[in-house]
Ligand binder design. Structure first.
Ligand SMILES: [Zn+2]
Ligand SMILES: [Zn+2]
Length: 171
């Protein structure tokens, strides 16, 4: 199986790290595709000032080829109904991750590229895990643990726990 990354974030180091970890975790052939704008007014909710993640994954499902997973990395804030915000979402072969709340600057702190890349990798591995049929994991160190806030993302590792690896069909 292949994966293709479409990204608004123009950061070679971050994208290559995401691609490498996805390759190692899921044995995927990962390509970094087009870098450029993904978010547009069709998916923008002006009342919330956020982008509708469901709309985006549905729109991009038409762009997805049959033998690939599509990972969208966007810079704006995204939401899904029932949540104030989300870090990412996955649906039928298409995943989206937002960098908006992964940057230290968002929390009033100094920029830190290492922390940012770690968070981005975790969220990408998490969403691609959903595309492989994995559900949320009760092991809070497992990358499939649900992140309610950035502290959960920082607490968990970028790796699948033993259970989730078994579910993936690996040992
Ligand atoms: Zn999840
Ligand atoms: Zn797990």
């Amino acid at each position: 199986m292949k994966a293709r990354i479409l990204s608004e974030l123009d950061d070679g180091k971050a994208l290559e790290t995401v691609a490498r970890v996805l390759m190692e975790t899921y044995n995927l052939d990962v390509a970094i595709g087009k870098i450029g704008k993904i978010l547009d007014h069709h998916s923008f909710n002006s009342k919330r000032g956020q982008y509708d993640a469901w709309k985006l994954v549905q729109m991009y499902s038409e762009e997805r080829k049959k033998d690939e997973y599509l990972l969208l990395i966007v810079e704006g804030d995204i939401y899904a109904s029932g949540f104030n915000y989300i870090f990412g979402l996955a649906w039928q072969g298409v995943a989206i991750v937002s960098t908006y709340r992964l940057k230290q600057e968002f929390y009033g702190l100094d920029p830190d590229q290492k922390i940012f890349i770690e968070r981005l990798v975790k969220e990408a591995v998490h969403e691609i895990g959903h595309l492989h049929g994995l559900t949320h994991c009760s092991d809070r160190k497992c990358v499939m643990a649900f992140s309610n806030w950035i502290g959960d993302t920082d607490y968990k590792s970028w790796m699948l726990c033993q259970n989730c690896r078994l579910k993936l069909g690996k040992t």
